[in-house]
Design a binder for this molecule. Structure first.
Ligand code: HEC
Length: 268
């Protein structure tokens, strides 16, 4: 290569690198992702394998339980459900669930035909988790159930759950298991709460919204409305002291009262 062109090329590369290094890379910049393959168990001692491959960034490490390596290869694994976590050097991480089945001839779990049908009820914001998961299993008998790898229980219902994604495992009379992911959604806002939120949006802005916190009160977060129900009722309905420009109309006051009487929750 011509020396001039080559040095121009080097200059360009270094200035591009220089540019890139000015701002630290975020996980969005590197588009971090994780892909996983597995082989099932075909003999004793167990010979299941998991191979994890990350991309986006550099310095990848892979973790299953208490084992971390940089190859992404995990060998001699027994049948079961594994959570694989991949990370890169700037701390981006993803986790993925993978099930290794047993295909040992004569093993009662070979071609295990357990089916899982799980439904969930949403959780309400601003209170301790109140979502539920209800599991219906088929294809075998003597089922017990666990959540996120916890202890197995006889009940097919899990309650008091917050919004999120859960791994449920169903185990049958032979100790064979299947795992599936189930999500708990956010419960929709109730009509009375929605009315009050709209009243606040139209009448309390500037002073208590978009970062405003007159008197130490800010309503940008829905839960601050839910948790502040008593003060809202006191200032707007009982004392009529808010908004300072003059009391709310009796119709709007009645909407606040309806929410308070319904239980002043997000879901009311
Ligand atoms: C023009 C500005 C303004 C508007 C609009 C306004 N407020 Fe206020 N608010 C204040 C100020 C200033 C204070 C602190 C002084 C006070 O308590 O009077 C306050 C205090 C409060 C308090 C705390 C009272 C206490 O004693 O702790 C509550 C609750 C409140 N406002 C609710 C509301 C609600 C609900 C609305 C809308 C319906 C609203 N405010 C509209 C300015 C405003």
């Amino acid at each position: 290569m011509n020396v001039k062109i080559f040095s121009f090329f080097l200059l360009t590369v270094f200035s591009l690198l220089g540019c890139k290094n000015e701002k630290p890379l975020s996980c969005d910049d590197v588009n971090f992702s994780l892909s996983i393959t597995k082989t099932d168990v075909t003999q004793n001692p167990a010979n299941g394998t998991i191979t994890a491959t990350a991309s986006g960034g550099e310095g990848f490490t892979y973790t299953i339980g208490s084992t971390t390596n940089s190859t992404g290869k995990f060998e001699n694994l027994p049948a079961g459900t594994y959570t694989v976590v991949g990370r890169n050097s700037i701390g981006c991480s993803k986790s993925q669930l993978i099930v290794i089945d047993s295909n040992i001839p004569g093993d009662p779990c070979t071609n295990n035909s357990i089916t899982i049908n799980a439904t969930s009820t949403p959780a309400t914001p601003c209170v301790a988790g109140n979502g539920t998961i209800n599991i219906s299993a088929g294809g075998s008998t003597g089922f017990t159930y666990n959540l996120n790898g916890g202890a197995f229980q006889n009940s097919n219902v899990f309650g008091n759950l917050a919004v999120g994604t859960y791994n449920i495992t169903v185990k049958d009379v032979n100790g064979c298991s299947k795992t599936q992911q189930v999500s708990i959604a956010v419960a929709p806002a109730g009509p009375n709460f929605t009315n009050v939120k709209n009243i606040i949006k139209s009448n309390c802005g500037g002073c208590h919204l978009n970062g405003g916190s007159s008197g130490g009160v800010n309503y940008d977060n829905d839960c601050s409305i839910v948790n502040g129900w008593n003060k809202i009722n006191e200032e707007c309905v009982i004392r009529s002291s808010m908004p300072p420009s003059g009391p709310l109309s009796s119709n709007l006051k009645a909407q606040i009262t309806a929410w308070v009487n319904a239980g002043h929750r997000y879901s009311d």
